[in-house]
Design a protein around this ligand. Structure first.
Ligand SMILES: [Fe+2]
Length: 376
């Protein structure tokens, strides 16, 4: 029998789309040659074989049916399959399933998420509901956490835990900030393509962003977050260009990125607290060994080049790296938890209704060394 492979599309995915599985689906389509992906789009941990005694407990759909459930609440506990992934953007972004990330998770689950992030540096978990403490504790399983620039400022804050970044349009009292609010204007710099904290001497690794409250759709956008695959962008450059940019170092500066949108109203002392930082223009991922561009709106110029030449090169590379083919755009739902690898991706926020509350919470894992100390 010739196997028939029909990979799931977004619209018929059983976890996401309106279409439910047809009970008439035959499992004859699963064969050993299907390797590690079934027709639902799930990666499976070992070759699935059809069985005369029923559907395998290790297959998420088979298991859910066996349990008489229409979702996959049990799959997280299955042996060999701590999580399943479903590609949203080939080789770059995936939806991952796990019942409840607010629980105290087994090390195998954390390891499985880490492994999935090697393949998919943007990972989406749906229907999670974590308190700030639970988000902090979950992120801490991956490494030490950053206290971001806004949380490091003196004064009252809306969120109690300093490691939880306030990605919202709300003030200290939970009210929507005015359009002219200084904190809001500063945060608008995140609408430019960037990697988080690249202006720091030692930048960050994983971002964990959790949607708590979302505004209704607006004429200017729905607050999507877009991610660009900096590995694919690097691979797509001509070899001669790659050779030429490999040894370059860019200077990253928060004052430069904010100046691009006309924001210069920093606190006294910020210039001394956040001086520019040099970063490799091309990084080799320490886990996968794959090279990628390391760009950001914070990147001001190329060290050793005339400022204008460096700035134009950075503009060219950013335009190249953010072409639609390299970009995944995430439409937020309340309960989403996104994890992304800042070392090999860029991201930006999109406009939304500024009159309505939008509340996302972020934890960010620190790196351990400068990009200049990484292997070339
Ligand atoms: Fe960001």
């Amino acid at each position: 029998m010739t196997p028939i492979f029909r990979f799931a599309s977004t619209e018929n995915h059983p976890m996401r789309g309106p279409r439910q599985h047809s009970p008439s689906i035959s499992y004859r389509y699963f064969t050993e040659s299907a390797r590690s992906r079934c027709r639902h789009g799930f990666s499976i941990a070992w070759p699935y074989r059809p069985s005369r005694i029923g559907r395998s407990a290790l297959h998420p759909v088979g298991n859910a049916r066996r349990m008489g459930k229409d979702n996959y609440p049990n799959t997280g506990r299955l042996r060999h399959m701590p999580i399943q992934t479903y590609a949203l953007h080939p080789g770059f972004a995936a939806e991952a399933s796990y019942r409840d990330l607010s629980e105290r998770l087994d090390d195998t689950v954390i390891a499985a998420i880490g492994a999935a992030l090697k393949t998919y540096p943007v990972l989406v978990f749906r229907d999670q509901h974590l308190t700030d403490a639970q988000l902090r504790d979950f992120a801490l399983r991956f490494g030490p956490l950053e206290i971001g620039r806004p949380a490091a400022r003196p004064g009252r804050r809306r969120l109690a835990i300093p490691q939880i970044g306030d990605v919202s349009n709300l003030d200290e009292d939970g009210k929507v900030r005015a359009l002219t609010d200084k904190r809001r204007l500063d945060s608008l710099g995140n609408r430019l393509w960037h990697t988080d904290a690249s202006y720091m001497p030692v930048p960050v690794v994983f971002g964990f962003l959790h949607a708590v409250t979302l505004p209704p759709p607006s004429p200017f956008g729905n607050g999507e977050t877009e991610f660009a695959d900096m590995r694919a962008a690097y691979d797509a450059l001509p070899q001669a260009t790659r050779d030429a940019i490999d040894p370059l170092v860019a200077e990253h500066d928060i004052f430069w990125s904010r100046a691009q949108i006309g924001f210069t109203d920093f606190e006294p002392g910020d210039r001394e607290k956040y001086p520019p930082s040099p970063q490799r223009l091309v990084r080799r991922h320490p886990v996968t060994g794959r090279k990628n561009l390391y760009l950001s709106a914070h990147a001001s110029h190329i060290v050793g080049w005339p400022v204008a030449d460096g700035r134009l090169l950075l503009l060219d590379l950013t335009s190249h790296a953010t072409q639609p083919g390299f970009v995944y755009s995430h439409d937020w739902r309340v309960g989403d938890l996104l994890i992304w690898d800042n070392r090999c991706t860029m991201h930006r926020g999109r406009p939304h209704d500024e009159m309505q509350p939008r509340d996302l919470r972020r934890a960010t894992m620190l790196d351990t060394a400068s990009t200049l100390d990484e292997a070339a």
